[in-house]
Write a protein that binds this ligand. Structure first.
Ligand SMILES: *[C@@H]1O[C@H](CO)[C@@H](O)[C@H](O)[C@H]1NC(C)=O
Ligand SMILES: *[C@@H]1O[C@H](CO)[C@@H](O)[C@H](O)[C@H]1NC(C)=O
Ligand SMILES: *[C@@H]1O[C@H](CO)[C@@H](O)[C@H](O)[C@H]1NC(C)=O
Ligand SMILES: *[C@@H]1O[C@H](CO)[C@@H](O)[C@H](O)[C@H]1NC(C)=O
Ligand SMILES: *[C@@H]1O[C@H](CO)[C@@H](O)[C@H](O)[C@H]1NC(C)=O
Length: 422
């Protein structure tokens, strides 16, 4: 009998009519059951509702009474039809969408009695549409803490502060996440979440984001921890050379059960574009017959094993570590830069020094021609030659001036003598 109701809301009235006609024809009489009454709900936890109702009147003693119930969210029939003998049903709720709950009475395996009509109750969302937090996503870090992030809804002000509440089977009551943070418009909160090491299946974690203001619409979500596992970054990556092999080792995880992690080791020599990746299940690895003259750089990350967790999240890469000195080439490049530099600097110093030395030791001997030029005021050639020197090298102008100066001094002293002689 109940199969007709599972076909979807649109075809429901028609299908039910057809069904009733069929059974009414086959059955004698066609007694219709009365529906349950007093349908209501209460919150048992954040985001979990307990729908309760009273039994129908006038149920014949031969009827094996059962209740069938359905959930409709935003006019869409959910794939969650249930039959029960108890007078309550627990359902999850999202709070930010309209939720309709429907229940009816049925006599199990009784063709002569038709199910009752549906009894309905609905839960309407509160607050401004579009004010609920959006883009909620969570990562379960190292089986130790759950870190969730979200954004303000488009119709909520950007600085709306939502608080995250969580609950899972095993907690007496819901907890409020206290380690909140905001970074570039993305809010987040981290709360501790761990289970005994023997646990291999984890309860769903119910999450509620709400604000103090009534205008802000609350929203619920459910997180399946096993799909959100992200291992911690491997630490203490150590490299050592054993003959021609490189032995790589890193610290073992303290929170994961044995054999529940796979490691990806990435290494390269020289240019990182030529990196190679090796997968291992233990926390060490030996890379055989390496080139002793090359430098090798390693990093490692962890990934949960599919046998243990259905998560595809990798840990972050560890810090890079290198082994094998590329001293030869490094030393060469240092030399290539410093030697020409040293040569250039010392040449300059030497040149300057030599010039001064030459002046001190060998004062320039005045050429008779120069003296004559000065004496007869023939300056044209001289100024031309100094201009020529200028364009050749400006750096030596100071030396040149000194030279000229000393030349003049000696000139006058020499020139004084002929004066006195004459
Ligand atoms: C739901 O409510 C019914 C009726 O009050 C109660 O008997 C039942 O224990 C409740 N279920 C839970 C899980 O609280
Ligand atoms: C239940 O049955 C009694 C007698 O059989 C009848 O008086 C009463 O009206 C019925 N109740 C309803 C709600 O039909
Ligand atoms: C109900 O109908 C089915 C066939 O449609 C039949 O096999 C079954 O015996 C009937 N049960 C009763 C209690 O009439
Ligand atoms: C935000 O508010 C406007 C106006 O009330 C409405 O049209 C829009 O649908 C809302 N946005 C969302 C995501 O509900
Ligand atoms: C809050 O979270 C940060 C990481 O975002 C962490 O470093 C810090 O220890 C946490 N504080 C508490 C009190 O848990």
């Amino acid at each position: 009998m109940g199969t007709a109701g599972a076909m979807g809301t649109a075809g429901l009235p028609l299908l039910l009519t057809v069904c009733w006609l069929g059974t009414a024809g086959a059955a004698t009489g066609g007694k219709v059951l009365l529906p349950p009454s007093n349908l209501s709900y209460s919150f048992v936890q954040i985001c979990t509702l307990n729908w309760t109702w009273n039994p129908p009147e006038n149920v014949s003693s031969g009827c094996d009474l059962e209740y069938s119930s359905e959930v409709v969210i935003d006019e869409v029939l959910q794939d969650s039809r249930a039959w029960s003998k108890s007078r309550f049903r627990l359902t999850e709720t999202c709070l930010n969408e309209e939720m309709r709950f429907k229940v009816r009475s049925e006599c199990k395996q009784d063709n002569s009695t038709q199910p009752s009509r549906w009894l309905e109750a609905s839960l309407l969302p509160k607050g401004v549409p579009g004010s609920a937090a959006v883009n909620l996503s969570c990562v379960w870090h190292n089986l130790e803490s759950m870190a969730c992030t979200w954004r303000a809804g488009e119709n909520a002000s950007r600085d709306t502060s939502y608080t995250l509440h969580y609950w899972f089977d095993g907690l007496d009551s819901s907890h409020k996440c206290s380690n909140h943070s905001v970074h570039q418009g993305i809010s987040g909160c981290i709360f501790p979440l761990s289970f005994p090491n023997v646990t291999r299946s984890y309860p769903a974690v119910r999450l509620l984001l709400r604000a103090d203001s009534e205008a802000i619409r609350p929203v619920c979500a459910s997180a399946n921890p096993t799909t959100l596992v992200k291992p911690a970054t491997p630490e203490q990556l150590t490299l050592s050379k054993v003959k021609d092999d490189i032995y790589v080792e890193w610290s073992e995880s303290e929170t994961f059960p044995d054999n529940c992690l796979v490691y990806e080791v990435k290494y390269h020599t020289g240019d990182s574009a030529s990196a190679r990746i090796i997968q291992v299940e233990s926390n060490s690895l030996s890379v055989p017959s390496v080139d002793p003259k090359s430098k090798y750089t390693f990093k490692v990350r962890a990934n949960p094993k599919p046998e243990c967790y259905s998560s595809h999240l990798y840990s972050d890469w560890s810090q890079e570590e290198s082994i094998g000195e590329e001293l030869g080439s490094a030393f060469h490049s240092v030399l290539l830069i410093t030697i020409p530099l040293l040569v250039a600097v010392s040449t300059i110093i030497l040149l300057v020094y030599l010039k001064r030395l030459k002046i001190l030791i060998l004062p320039p001997i005045p050429e008779p021609r120069e003296i004559l030029k000065h004496m007869f005021g023939e300056q044209n050639e001289d100024s031309q030659s100094s201009a020529k020197e200028d364009s050749m090298d400006t750096c030596h102008r100071f030396g040149k001036e000194e030279e000229i100066h000393s030349l003049i001094v000696t000139e006058t002293s020499v020139a004084a003598n002929p004066d006195k002689e004459t």
